[in-house]
Ligand binder design. Structure first.
Ligand code: PLP
Length: 400
C-alpha cells in the first residue's frame, strides 16, 4: 500500500515500535527455519489456570443470565471479593462500590487511566526502564513524559529527589511498579512513605502497579501503596489475575483506591467497553478466594526456577542477584553488545528468546529480561545451548 494513503493519527505514529511485535516476527522466521524455540521472552505464565477456577468458569458459562452484557462497574460479588482480598492481605478497608473497579486486564486500565486524566502536553512522570503500558498509555494521551532513570546502584528505586522542582509542580501523574518489571527490584516500605509524601506535597496522582503482589519469595511480602496512611487521597493501585493465577488470556484485573479516580476511569470506560464477561468475573472471584496453598505452590515453582537459572548462569560468568519477587531475571548483556543485538544473536544462534531491555525504555539498555516461564529441564537446555554457542558474560574484560 502506498505511503500516501490515509495516515493514522499522530498519537499512533509517534509511538516507538512495540518490541514484542518485532520479536514475534523474528520468532516466526526462526520457527520457519526449523529452530526449536525456548521462549522466555514475554511474561506469559506457562500452565493452565487452577482447576477450581476453570470449574467455576464452566459452571458460570452454563448460566444463561451470564450471557448478556455485564454491569459496567463489574459484578457485586467480584468487587466484594476484591475488597475482602485487600482486607485480608493488607488490612486495608475499601468500599466495594466506589473504591474498586474490575478491568479487562490491568494493561487496559493503566492505559485508559492516562486518557481519563491527561490532556496533551501535560507532564507524566515515568520511570525508565518501565512496563510499556506505563509510558505508552500516557504517550497515547499526548503526555509530555518526564523519565526518571532507575539505576542498579540504587537498587532500581525511583529517586523522587532527582525530579526538578518545576517538573514536580507541573506533573499530573506518576506511574511506578514494585516488585518491578523488568528489573525485579523490590521496594521497602520507607520508599512508599517517601513517594506518598512527595505526591501529597505536589498534588500528583500516584499510579502503582502491584501485579506481582503474590509472586514473592523467601518470606518477602510486597507492600501495597494503600497500606501507607494518606495514600488513598492521591493514589490508585492496579492488580492482575494474569500472573499468580495463570489467567493472562482471560483478561481480568482490577484497580482500587481513590474513589474520584475510580469514578473517572469508570466514566471513560463506559464509553469504550462493556466490561468483563460475567463468567470470567466469577472465575476471577474464585481465584482470589483460593486457599493460600495455591499461591504457595506458585511461589515455590518460580522460586525453584529462579534459583536453578541463577546457578546455571553462574557457570557462564553471570552473577545475577537473587530477587525476592517477580517471575524474571534481569540479566546484563555480554559486554560490548547492545540489548537488541544480544537478544537477536541469542535467538539466531540458540533459539532462546529473551526480551531486549530497551523494550522497557532507553534505560533498559545493556540488559535483557528472562521470563521464568519454563520448567528447570527446559531452562537447563537453554543454558546448554548458550554454552555451546559460546555466549557468556565476561566481567574480566570490563576491568581491562
Ligand atoms: C504482566 C504485567 C501486567 C499484567 O497485565 P494484564 O493486562 O493484567 O495481563 C501489568 N503490569 C505489569 C508491570 C506486568 O508485568
Amino acid at each position: 500500500m502506498s505511503s500516501d494513503w490515509i495516515a493514522p493519527a499522530k498519537r499512533l505514529s509517534n509511538l516507538p515500535p512495540y518490541v514484542f511485535a518485532r520479536l514475534d516476527e523474528l520468532k516466526a522466521r526462526a520457527r520457519e527455519q526449523g529452530l526449536d524455540l525456548i521462549d522466555l521472552g514475554m511474561g506469559n505464565p506457562d500452565g493452565p489456570a487452577p482447576q477450581p477456577v476453570i470449574d467455576a468458569a464452566i459452571a458460570a458459562f452454563a448460566e444463561p443470565r451470564n450471557h448478556g452484557y455485564p454491569p459496567f462497574e463489574g459484578t457485586n460479588t467480584f468487587r466484594s471479593a476484591i475488597t475482602q482480598w485487600y482486607a485480608k492481605h493488607y488490612n486495608v478497608d475499601l468500599d466495594p462500590d466506589s473504591e474498586a473497579l474490575p478491568l479487562l486486564g490491568s494493561k487496559e486500565g493503566l492505559t485508559h487511566l492516562a486518557l481519563a486524566y491527561v490532556d496533551p502536553g501535560e507532564i507524566v512522570i515515568v520511570p525508565s526502564p518501565a512496563y510499556p503500558a506505563h509510558f505508552r498509555g500516557p504517550l497515547i494521551a499526548g503526555a509530555e513524559l518526564y523519565r526518571v532513570t532507575l539505576k542498579a546502584e540504587q537498587n532500581w528505586l525511583l529517586d523522587v529527589k532527582t525530579i526538578p522542582e518545576e517538573v514536580a509542580q507541573q506533573a499530573k501523574l506518576l506511574y511506578f511498579n514494585y516488585p518491578n518489571n523488568p528489573t525485579t527490584a523490590t521496594a521497602p516500605r520507607e520508599f512508599f512513605e517517601e513517594i506518598v509524601e512527595f505526591a501529597r506535597q505536589y498534588n500528583i496522582l500516584l499510579v502503582h502497579d502491584l501485579c506481582y503482589a503474590e509472586l514473592a519469595f523467601d518470606g518477602y511480602q510486597p507492600t501495597s501503596l494503600l497500606e501507607i496512611p494518606g495514600a488513598k487521597d492521591i493514589g490508585v493501585e492496579f492488580h492482575t489475575l494474569s500472573k499468580t493465577y495463570n489467567m493472562a488470556g482471560w483478561r481480568v484485573g482490577f484497580v482500587v483506591g481513590n474513589s474520584q479516580v475510580i469514578q473517572q476511569l469508570r466514566t471513560l470506560k463506559t464509553n469504550v467497553d462493556y466490561g468483563i464477561f460475567a463468567a470470567v468475573q466469577k472465575a476471577a472471584e474464585t481465584a482470589l478466594q483460593l486457599p493460600y496453598d495455591h499461591v504457595k505452590s506458585v511461589q515455590e515453582r518460580y522460586q525453584t526456577r529462579r534459583d536453578f537459572l541463577i546457578n546455571a548462569l553462574r557457570e557462564l560468568g553471570w552473577e545475577i542477584p537473587k530477587s525476592q519477587a517477580t517471575m524474571y531475571l534481569w540479566m546484563p548483556c555480554t559486554l560490548g553488545m547492545n540489548s537488541t543485538d544480544f537478544a537477536l544473536n541469542m535467538l539466531q544462534k540458540t533459539g532462546v528468546v529473551v526480551t531486549p531491555g530497551n523494550a522497557f525504555g532507553e534505560a533498559g539498555e545493556g540488559y535483557v529480561r528472562v521470563s521464568l516461564i519454563a520448567d528447570c529441564d527446559r531452562l537447563q537446555e537453554a543454558v546448554n545451548r548458550l554454552k555451546q554457542a559460546g555466549i557468556r558474560y565476561n566481567p574480566q574484560e570490563a576491568i581491562v
